[in-house]
Design a binder for this molecule. Sequence first.
Ligand code: ATP
Ligand code: MG
Length: 496
Amino acid sequence: MELDLPGGTNHHMKIRNTIDIKGIMTDPVTLVLRLWICAEAPLEIRAMENIKEETSLRPIIKNHYKEHADVTSRAQTEIDDWLSTNKVTMKGNNIPRPVFSFGEANFNPRILRELSNFQTPTSIQSISWPVLMSGLDIISIAQTGSGKTLAYMLPALEHMSHQNLPKSSFRSPRSPTILVLVPTRELAQQVSEVSKSCIKASNLQYATLFGGVSKFAQEDFLAKGVDVVVATPGRLLDHLNTKTIDLRNCSYVVLDEADRMLDMGFEPQVRSVLSQIRPDRQTAMFSATWPKEVQKLARDFLKDEVFLNVGSMELSANPDIKQIVEVVDGREKRDRLKHLIENIFSKENNKTLIFVQTKVAADRLATFLGHFGHKALSLHGDKTQLQRDTIMQRFRRDASGILIATDVAARGLDVDDIEHVINFDYPNNSEDYVHRIGRTGRAGRTGVAYSFVTPEESHKVPDLIEVLQETQQEIPRSLLDLHAPPPPSFKRRSYR
Ligand SMILES: Nc1ncnc2c1ncn2[C@@H]1O[C@H](COP(=O)(O)OP(=O)(O)OP(=O)(O)O)[C@@H](O)[C@H]1O
Ligand SMILES: [Mg+2]
């Protein structure tokens, strides 16, 4: 997985997190005590103390939810039926009832107008909107392509409009109210793109902050005043270090792809960012996967959170995707791919996304397919941002294109009409598998995912078989034969 790492070091955080030695030197007992607390306390708590000391923080109006009369009068049996039909699990206190239509969510009419393309809320939207507008922290898990972006963004805009902030022309520079953190540049751009009509309809301003492009344009934008920031953690930390953004007024934070944001690659950066946000903020975490390893960590950042899940409580792929797995010798993979592509392109509806593990493999495979007349684009972290943008635009536009990508394209990307996903290289773990294949079969459509597994990857097979069983997919004999116990060094992912 390629990370969007910060360009600079984290000096600013270090300075923020030290205690004011001058103020306590007079009392040796307090000094020892505070130094001990400082050494023991997690980074975030220490930084929170600094934030608490600041006096000028406005009160946050978190609970602005007004339940619609139709929701209030709905029979409990009808709600229970709906929850069970949609396989909804809800855990926590004071969870409001789901809404069954856009009108029942009581959104501002200007936002409502932007939803005219859709018929009804998706299940995760039905249950997440009332919880978020009631001001509760949330962990919200639902399958890929189920509309999670609007599930967190629309309540964010409602939150914003209830904060009694100065009118837009006087909004404070560099000091957003809403922050959405995402793992990749492409996803940051997409979240902004998807949300911009609703943001504009709400008379708000947004900025998208990610690496690989000039910081100066982003700084200018921030200086004019923004309400919503969508960012990758690396570039956001850069802006925090240079004080070109200030998160003191931020009161609604989303970690999209939360398990990815909390895993080893991003966790220190996310921790640094969150430590600079007021502790009484509202925090929302969204993903399609929620492995045990990150669950405990997530609690460091949430308070009395509500847990929502749509679908199986086990790791599961979108059931609208047909999953086909082939056991293939590593040396035969290219030939198999060639046949597969020829087969796919002999029919209609053939837009295809192919995943590989390395940047070099992406470029080489594109050249290989080119030799057979199949023009393929490749996307990975060694491309310039301009190239990455152009490639994504072309792939989005081309109804029958082929994109070969590393895991930069694995999470969150919503490209219309991808019919086939091919795991040329099997991913590192089954969560990544679920996200990768989830680039097809979105918003109620169907899709097909092919995955090549080599005999050397037999330790990944038990988890894969569980995922296949979860949605009653066919499991080939050759895969069952590979079902070897994992080597002692390989740790299987545990789930919920
Ligand atoms: N209520 C709705 N009805 C129909 N389509 C919707 C609705 N809400 C969102 N969509 C569409 O569903 C598609 C997937 O949405 P989105 O990208 O938010 O999914 P996601 O759950 O975040 O997926 P992932 O887990 O892959 O990030 C988008 O094209 C979006 O426009
Ligand atoms: Mg998403």
